[in-house]
Design a protein around this ligand. Structure first.
Ligand code: G4P
Length: 527
């Protein structure tokens, strides 16, 4: 039992999140390289010209130059076992991103130094706040001209309400990035690029005198800014960080591997280890209780030759041993774990044992859905992963009516898997349900999977709605009469959703009927 607690304590399970293009793929590779998990930068993501995941999805990935497969990268660093849970990296938001966040204990938020807070940065901060996930902020691309560091801190505080507490502070800006003052470790570190940037950057410790002599004005300015930070009390505080009230900030450039090692050190030193996860009754499942795990992602057809379905499970308690027969809480049926794997990119390694915080991929998992619990021994069920505010809506209908049965079956299956949310209304009937998605790529996935797995071609027509609000049975009929508004039932949970063409329309209705129930769904930052 003590061994399980010890193993859990050395786990760091996290996700790197950001607005697209802030450098998530680059950072993932840099982290892996730093921890020597991969020997060649670029082995992680299926980006153009790089080695990647072999799967059916590759076709879509290749066509779009994106990575839509999600798994976890495991590596050891300073005696700690890291699980970097990959989030989809495309220019589109999807529910998978949110689900991944249900599986981690900490998030690393990348900001582009020139762009600061971007729309998805804000949404992701909001989800982390909701899930109370501590966030470490990494200001990336400091090697390029960008914003002022202090200005970025102000923006973080203003837009997220989190108090930024820099751990490192950049020396030089506007494309001149000499290194950082490490406030926490009381060091001054100079970075030197290695040719090609594909290996670890060279780090040299400087004394204050050397920094003064060699970095001159840039050092003086950094020093003044650090004094200011100390004067206003912007110092790391473990308690407020863990309570999601403050966010430690580091500065770097993932592309040149500047600051990446420091980020890993921060993860070891301050990122929380797994803690007992509350179950549906809000009772925390002790880490050393029998095995329990949360399915946070189900990926179909990763290997075209097998037509398999892999469920990614975050271990919440106990020791996982391959071959153990678990109970699937939703159905109370046994689930055999003969084929447990750690999966990341192309690599699949069989996993024999794992501990709280680890992520295992279970093959042949057709019965498992995101949000499901698996357990051994004492029964437990974890809360469902909430679904998020859809912003894209489309009707779906079968092209060949002789395939109607397969169409219904397919939509039902994809709904249950959480690929999209399925909405229905009496007005529209069941012939062409409305699909709701957080990001439009979810529709492409539906189309692709319907064709490949259910042999059914579907036609989709985008609907001109942009906002969804939760409403109730009393408000629904009033809303349904309004222009630019339609009310639907979400099939998975029976929730009533009012769809509006745009915010202006919604505000108009609210002004006219101030008593209507219109609740924002999760991660809808428009308030
Ligand atoms: P993403 O996964 O968040 O979408 O971002 P990605 O890592 O693909 O990075 C987006 C672009 O930003 C890439 O350039 C990448 O090389 C660049 N980048 C990432 N980190 C840094 C950094 O620290 N400094 C600088 N200067 N650039 C950085 P690209 O030209 O779009 O792609 P590529 O052809 O270089 O891969």
């Amino acid at each position: 039992m003590a061994a399980i607690i010890q193993e859990a304590a050395r786990r760091r399970t996290f996700a790197v999140i950001s607005h697209p293009d802030a450098g998530k793929s680059t950072m993932t590779e840099a982290l892996a390289l730093h921890a020597s998990a991969i020997t060649e930068a670029g082995a992680v993501h299926g980006k153009s010209g790089r080695r990647g995941v072999t799967s059916d999805w590759m076709e879509m990935e290749k066509a779009r130059g994106i990575s839509i497969t999600s798994a976890a990268l495991r590596f050891e660093y300073r005696g700690h076992m890291f699980n970097l849970v990959d989030t989809p990296g495309h220019a589109d938001f999807s529910e998978d991103t949110y689900r991944v966040l249900a599986a981690v204990d900490c998030a690393v938020m990348l900001l582009d130094a020139a762009k600061g807070m971007e729309p998805q940065t804000l949404k992701l901060f909001e989800v982390c706040r909701h899930r109370k996930i501590p966030v470490i902020t990494f200001v990336n691309k400091w090697d390029r001209p960008g914003r002022e560091a202090l200005e970025l801190l102000d923006e973080i505080q203003e837009r997220t309400g989190l108090k930024p507490t820099p751990i490192t502070w950049p020396i030089g800006n506007g494309g001149f990035f000499h290194g950082v003052a490490d406030r926490a470790a009381d060091r001054i570190v100079r970075y030197t690029r290695t040719p090609g940037g594909a290996t670890k950057a060279i780090e040299t410790d400087l004394s204050a005198e050397q920094a003064q002599a060699e970095l001159g004005e840039d050092w003086e300015r950094a020093k003044d800014e650090i004094d200011l930070l100390s004067a206003i009390g912007s110092n790391h505080d473990q308690k407020t960080f863990e309570a999601h009230e403050s966010t430690p900030v580091l500065f770097g450039a993932a592309l040149s591997n500047f600051g990446v090692g420091r980020l890993l050190d921060a993860m070891v030193d301050i990122a929380p280890a797994p803690t007992p996860r509350p179950d549906v009754k809000d009772d925390p499942r002790p880490l050393d209780e029998a095995f329990s795990g949360l399915v946070f992602k189900v990926q179909a057809n990763m290997d075209p030759s097998h037509r398999d379905r892999i469920a990614f499970v975050r271990i919440c308690s106990g020791k996982f041993e391959r071959g153990m027969v678990l109970t699937h809480a939703a159905t109370a049926r046994p689930f055999a774990t003969k084929y447990a794997q750690s999966v990341f990119g192309q690599e699949r390694a069989t996993i024999d044992e794992a501990f709280p915080g680890d992520v295992v991929g279970l093959v042949n998992a057709s019965a498992l859905r995101p949000g499901d619990t698996l357990y051994d021994g004492l029964a437990v069920e974890f809360p469902k992963i909430p679904s998020f505010a859809p912003e894209h809506f489309s009707t779906a209908r079968v092209r060949d009516s002789s395939r109607s049965k397969q169409f219904r079956k397919g939509i039902e299956q994809l709904d249950a898997e959480g690929v999209v949310q399925v909405l229905r209304s009496d007005v529209r009937g069941d012939q062409s349900p409305v699909l709701a998605a957080v990001g439009p790529m979810q529709f492409d996935v539906v189309k692709h999977r319907m064709a490949v797995e259910f042999n059914t071609e579907i036609a989709m027509d985008r609907l001109d709605f942009g906002i969804a609000r939760l409403t109730d049975a009393e408000s629904a009929p009033i809303l349904a009469r309004q222009r630019g508004v339609e009310v639907f039932t979400r099939t998975i949970d029976g929730a009533l959703l009012a769809l509006f063409t745009d915010e202006w329309r919604m505000r108009g209705v609210m002004r006219e009927y101030p008593d209507l129930i219109l609740n924002a769904l999760l991660a809808d930052t428009r308030g």
